[in-house]
Design a protein around this ligand. Structure first.
Ligand code: HEM
Length: 79
């Protein structure tokens, strides 16, 4: 995380990391999404344990964004 506190890191955070786009058509829900995402994740991992399926290692594929070629396979167990 320390890399985001350097001068270069701060510039990258503003100019290179743009999941919500930038400029006049920037995502108006960005602030909400940054609260909603971690909240949902916290609620899920509180009740469930997620583990990677060893035979199904995700293969990253880059289009506009990076995704897993055949999805991300997880074993889900109740805590
Ligand atoms: C992780 C979640 C989200 C991501 C990654 C995301 C990403 C984006 C991106 C990249 C754009 C620009 C699209 C373009 O230039 O054509 C956009 C636009 C927009 N987003 Fe999101 N978004 C997210 C969640 C949300 C949420 C939760 C809301 C509403 C509550 C929202 C409302 C909007 C609206 C209204 C626009 C259009 C803004 C405009 O064109 O003036 N987004 N979003």
């Amino acid at each position: 995380p320390g890399r985001w506190t350097t001068e270069n890191g701060k510039t990258c955070l503003r100019e290179a990391f743009i999941p919500f786009s930038t400029g006049t058509r920037v995502c108006t829900g960005a602030g909400f999404a940054m609260v909603e995402g971690p909240l949902l994740l916290a609620m899920l991992v509180r009740k469930w344990r997620f583990a990677a399926v060893p035979e199904r290692v995700p293969v990253p594929v880059a289009y506009l964004t990076v995704r897993a070629k055949d999805g991300i396979w997880l074993e889900v167990r109740r805590r």
